[in-house]
Design a protein around this ligand. Structure first.
Ligand code: ADP
Length: 270
């Protein structure tokens, strides 16, 4: 607790009366701690590819006469530069969404378009691993929000499903209308699954079940944190069910755009 004491002036009878303010600072300390951890994590995550780039540049200088080695190391440099780009892109997305909760200027967004666009952006990665992408369920639903952010959220779930699954398996996106005023978009894979003890933490920034595997597959460790913030900014939630060695299902629940929203927008225009 922080205690602040202020004299109360102007009280009848003069001195002695003070105002004592006791403020619970647990939350403030926790926020500060989380912020410090985040900055330390970002610094570490940035240092790794930058260090690798410096080392590779040095190696190229030493191997200048060996054209084949130069080509190989230049390729590795390109990979590290790409990793750095993905990390910076994810950091920008995360800070933009955290600053804009809830979404400031929501517009009607068709779920079919979100799913189609997210699938398109993952197709190459899936093809490269022989993974089949399928889309099933209800059509014609829409929510209020920002299309780009929703595409990013569904794409992040799809990319994880592809990356954390064995080759030649299946990833399915399913859209349901559970009848509680919302829409459910779920992504199911037949992948490695997530141990129960980690389920609670995977939405934290930079939390990885297997850091080496995540880095080897180009993961930034921010994908699910972005999914969570995008969902919350749309008034929704994200849940996960997983069985180790069998697969995972991530489900986004978002409030449906009600008839009211549509008609009031029409009235405003009229
Ligand atoms: P990353 O860039 O490491 O994939 P994410 O935030 O997207 O970061 O995911 C956090 C961690 O959750 C991953 O490192 C991985 O361990 C686990 N994970 C996420 N999605 C899946 C999935 N579909 N199957 C298995 N593990 C997953």
């Amino acid at each position: 607790f922080a205690v602040r004491v202020a004299p109360l002036s102007g009280t009848v009878g003069g001195g002695g009366l003070v105002l004592v303010l006791a403020e619970d600072q647990t939350d403030r300390h926790r926020v500060e701690e989380v912020r410090r951890d985040f900055v330390a994590n970002v610094s570490h995550e940035l240092k790794t590819p930058v260090g690798a780039l410096a080392l590779l540049a040095e190696t190229i200088e030493d191997a200048a006469d060996d054209a084949e080695a130069v080509r190989r190391f230049a390729g590795r440099m390109r990979q590290e530069a790409a990793r750095l780009t993905f990390l910076v892109q994810d950091l920008i997305t995360l800070s933009r969404i955290q600053a804009a909760e809830p979404v400031p200027d929501p517009v009607p967004v068709p779920i079919d378009a979100v799913v189609a666009e997210a699938l398109d952006r993952c197709r190459m990665k899936a093809n490269a691993r022989g993974i089949t992408l399928a889309s099933i369920g209800v059509r014609g639903l829409s929510v209020l929000g920002e299309e780009d952010l929703l595409v990013t959220a569904v794409r992040n779930l799809l990319e994880n499903a592809v990356v954390y699954s064995p080759e030649r398996t299946r990833v399915v996106v399913c859209v349901k209308k559970p009848g509680d005023g919302g829409v459910e978009i779920s992504v199911t894979d037949q992948g490695i699954g997530i141990p129960e003890r980690d389920l609670e933490r995977i939405f934290e920034r930079f939390y990885r079940v297997d850091p080496a595997r995540s880095r080897a597959t180009g993961g930034t460790g921010l994908g699910l944190a972005i999914v969570k913030h995008v969902t919350v900014a749309h008034g929704g939630r994200v849940t996960v069910r997983s069985v180790e060695g069998a697969g995972s299902t991530f489900t986004l629940w978002l409030p449906l755009r009600s008839d009211n929203d549509g008609s009031s927008a029409d009235r405003t225009r009229a």
